[in-house]
Design a protein around this ligand. Sequence first.
Ligand SMILES: NC(=O)C1=CN([C@@H]2O[C@H](COP(=O)(O)OP(=O)(O)OC[C@H]3O[C@@H](n4cnc5c(N)ncnc54)[C@H](O)[C@@H]3O)[C@@H](O)[C@H]2O)C=CC1
Ligand SMILES: CCCCC/C=C\C=C\C(=O)C/C=C\C/C=C\CCCC(=O)O
Length: 272
Amino acid sequence: MNLSGKRVFLTGGARGIGRGISEALLSKGAMVMFCDINPGTGKQTEEELQKQYSSDSVSFIKADVADSQQLKAAFEAAVTKFGAVDIHINNAGILDQRIWERMFAVNAIGTIRGCQIALEHMRRDKGGHGGVIMNVVSMGGLGSSYWFPAYTASKHAVIGFVNSWAESPYQPQHGVRWGCVCPVSVDTEMLNMEENQIYDLSENQKHTATHKVQISDVVDAFMKLVQDENSNGALMEVSRENNGVYCRRQLVYMNNVSPPCFMDNLPFPGQT
Ligand SMILES: NC(=O)C1=CN([C@@H]2O[C@H](COP(=O)(O)OP(=O)(O)OC[C@H]3O[C@@H](n4cnc5c(N)ncnc54)[C@H](O)[C@@H]3O)[C@@H](O)[C@H]2O)C=CC1
Ligand SMILES: CCCCC/C=C\C=C\C(=O)C/C=C\C/C=C\CCCC(=O)O
């Protein structure tokens, strides 16, 4: 997929992985509107990116993805500005076991609602132009972690939802393809935690020190998936297994979904 001129809406783009993805898309000639709950950082990022690219190609709008009206209004602002949205990216997320219901509202409900809003807009069988819906999920969504059970569950919810649409027999009529990047710990502000935000914080800090990946690793994986026209329903793990090279596995095998494959011919951890 050629990203030049593509119209993108992304959530949680003020900093971290979301900002990294926006910059990579802008560098390929895409136009990006991003929302964030934090207006200060959002505005600052907007100014910096507008200086680097152009004021027409990137803009910020304040929205809390857990608020359905705010999310819908922000998405519609992107449609009004660009004429349509070709690529929708659910990235906003939080990790705090102490406020697990709020975490569910942001990570699971906010993401699923984002998918629904974008799908309604993009569906060819409803007059749309088709498109791509990508999700920044987590390696936690592929397995289990006693450090943060509710966070893990919120990410599993997203994968279940996304793959159910990706493997729909009507997916070709919808003309919308789906993908998830699933990183291990990433070197962002999210790692700066307080006691009780997750269980066993000090143990986790030791694990993270040796296992974390960089934003650029996640962005590379994202860019491969978003540009791959043959990819639908892919879950791309991003981890430091295999000497820091990420690998890709696809868990959806039904018709119209690309077959399982391993990126760079690397075996998935545990496979020979
Ligand atoms: N950092 C990590 O170790 C990992 C992060 N992830 C996921 O990546 C995504 C991005 O996280 P990071 O960049 O690491 O975190 P971050 O905390 O650096 O950035 C998240 C951004 O989302 C925004 N945000 C939070 N709640 C929001 C809401 N309700 N509405 C709109 N915007 C909101 C924040 O203001 C912030 O700008 C999240 O979904 C996270 O779960 C996945 C795997 C590992
Ligand atoms: C300083 C404490 C950091 C705690 C980690 C912070 C954020 C992580 C967010 C994620 O989404 C990471 C998800 C899963 C990683 C957890 C366990 C996987 C272990 C896999 C492995 O490397 O063996």
